[in-house]
Design a protein around this ligand. Sequence first.
Ligand SMILES: [Zn+2]
Length: 492
Amino acid sequence: MATSPDISVAARAKYEPIIGLEVHVQLLTVTKIFCSCSTRFGAPPNSNVCPVCLGLPGAMPVLNKKAVEFAVLASLALNCKINETSIFARKNYFYPDLPKGYQISQYDKPLAEHGWIELTMNGTSKKIGITRLHLEEDAGKSLHEGFPDAATKTAIDLNRSGVPLIEIVSEPDMSSPEEAHEYLTRLKEIILFTAVSDCNMEEGSLRCDANVSVRPLGARQLGTKTEIKNVNSFRFIRQALDYEIGRQVEVLESGGKIVQETRLYNENEGKTYQMRSKEQAHDYRYFPDPDLRPLLVNEKWRNEIRRLLPELPEARRKRMMADYGITGYDAQVLTSSKNLADQFESAAKDAKNPKRVANLVQSELMGRLNARNLAIEQSPISMQGVAQSADLVESATISGKMLKDLYDLCFERNKDFSAVYEEEGRPEQSREVSVLEKIVVDVIAANPKQVEQYRAGKKTVAGFFVGQVMKASKGQANPQLVNELVVKKLQE
Ligand SMILES: [Zn+2]
């Protein structure tokens, strides 16, 4: 965890943190936002470039329709109101990875506004407002390693220049690092369900900046905020916020003032450091890009896109809990990706008893996955495998004990249920019963004295026979089944 400045819990409790987040998400289009260059990650440096994304004079941008559709889809999923007219603006600044000298973004007329995400934490719900969602292009990348002369030179890769992004700006509605973490988790989940981005943080498809201030409890006026930039995981965002809140409280408690500035988080030290103060901040001199017409998203187009909207995670969890009688926790696990939820539902629908499929996932599958520290996507047993095993138990072809053993074999061999079931010769309970029956008969025949005791009324002797049969089966038999067979044979 972050090593917060050494301030007492009591001092912290006197202040209320105010947190807002800005999230950049790369859209999964095949080509860039204003040219037909590929967006593929990992291509050799400067291989996916053209006059438009190199910013050569006279090159004209042409808006990618797919990028707009993806941005509208994300906006609808985040409960935003889509503006019929939005304007692309030039955000002017100089940086080596920005050859045009400006970034095309949206400013006072963004694509979408007034959305929200609902968080449920510790049983209470809270809506976090989304101020705006706008489209923009990404800049290039400065490279400081991985090429000759890297010790003395910086190289520029412009493959990322012009890749489509949406920026999602939240209201300053979050009041703890935990809420910020939950907001990011839910936001990412919703975006993944819409499939407009892969949200891969390692590849920079999802990036987050945080604004944070503190004010004395009950105060109305907002405190001076700082911005934390370039944090590359949700866990580090939570740690960085925790540290920064502590730092600000300490400054205020010792009579100091918070300076509005941009800070960087050092994850190794668990501390934030000043990057630049706002006095040095840019004046971006935004103005409408004369090369791009206003973006019009009329009602007809908006409705066409709305039809592409999938059932979103929160709604899906509620419905799955009702349809399959599963717990909120299980619904959470089963909707951890849309793919998994789809797999589960298609398997459960085809199964004789969908509830049994859900139960097996919860008990037998999750238990084994957790014990091995595996995510459900890494499970050797597919949802179809779970459904098949559920049907076999449902039809009494295999017992619960046999299912457990088969699941263990699946994990040992890293194979799906259907494969292991075949390898084991399609075991059946009835075959197991006839083998056990023979052992029971033998054990009874070998112990006439105990049989007499049992028939004379000493029913507890049955336990002796069960023990003997279990021993003879080398502990493999199902004790409940053995007990039933022993009692049945003793009473014959
Ligand atoms: Zn290009």
